[in-house]
Ligand binder design. Structure first.
Ligand SMILES: *[C@@H]1O[C@H](CO)[C@@H](O)[C@H](O)[C@H]1NC(C)=O
Ligand SMILES: *[C@@H]1O[C@H](CO)[C@@H](O)[C@H](O)[C@H]1NC(C)=O
Length: 229
């Protein structure tokens, strides 16, 4: 009786043992599939050219409450504000070069009559095979810039993702390619700086606000970008 009782149990155990590799196999398969799905939805941005196209088709809401109607003549209206004129000048720069613009640089973040000082555009990065953001800024400094502060605020799919701030003059002192060379004397500067988009950035919609405060703490420029990866 006892023996009979044990035997079937042993058989059951044996069956379980045989099933173990199958269960492990299935688990690994499921896990890899989940990882693959995660990878595909989160990190697979597709080729840079596709991301460029996707961003070309994002309709940026007019950041300045200005009419950027094509072919509209300014000459008749002498009252056209510097705000409107600067916005048009930079839009023309983007159109003429067929750039994919993902943002604007202003002299203020929120002022309604803010003046457009530049554009942020998306470019393929030959070094990494990914993408980079090039920011053009034409700025006239009234005061010397010998320190200053650079601040950034990033939102991802509408949620706060990251914010940080750095001393402007030493921001890239450890980088291979330096782009900031303090001190800056008062005068006109045409800046073009590059920032690589990390390869591992998660797919989704990004919104960034980056601004530079001068030595006296007053805002010099504010850049606002919107893009999808
Ligand atoms: C920015 O400055 C450069 C250099 O002076 C000039 O060639 C360019 O036309 C300016 N861009 C705009 C849109 O004003
Ligand atoms: C970035 O991604 C591209 C495409 O997936 C790949 O070819 C390239 O090697 C990656 N670069 C780095 C630095 O990881």
């Amino acid at each position: 009786m006892n023996l009979r009782g044990i035997c079937p149990r042993k058989t059951v155990n044996m069956m379980n043992v045989r099933k173990v590799p199958l269960i492990i196999g299935l688990t690994i398969l499921t896990l890899s599939f989940s990882m693959f799905t995660l990878y595909m939805t989160m990190f697979n941005h597709g080729p840079p050219s596709e991301i460029m196209e996707a961003n070309r088709h994002i309709l940026l809401k007019p950041q300045n409450e200005v009419q950027l109607a094509v072919g509209e003549e300014d000459e008749e209206d002498e009252e056209v504000s510097e705000s409107v004129q600067s916005a048009k000048r930079w839009q023309k720069f983007v159109d003429d070069n067929k750039y994919v613009a993902i943002g604007d640089v202003f002299d203020s973040c929120d002022n309604k009559d803010r003046i457009t000082l530049g554009k942020a555009i998306l470019l393929p990065d030959k070094e990494t095979g990914g993408l980079k953001v090039r920011t053009f800024i034409n700025i006239t400094l009234e005061q010397p810039l010998t320190e200053g502060e650079f601040l950034i605020d990033v939102k991802y799919n509408g949620k706060d993702l990251y914010d940080n701030h750095w001393e402007f003059c030493t921001i890239d002192e450890n980088k291979e390619v330096r782009q900031v060379f303090c001190p800056y004397k008062p005068g006109f500067y045409a800046w073009a700086t590059d920032k690589k988009i990390p390869n591992t950035s998660v797919s989704g919609k990004y919104y960034t606000r980056a601004w530079l405060n001068g030595d006296d703490g007053r805002m010099l420029t504010c850049g606002l970008t919107t893009f999808v990866l």
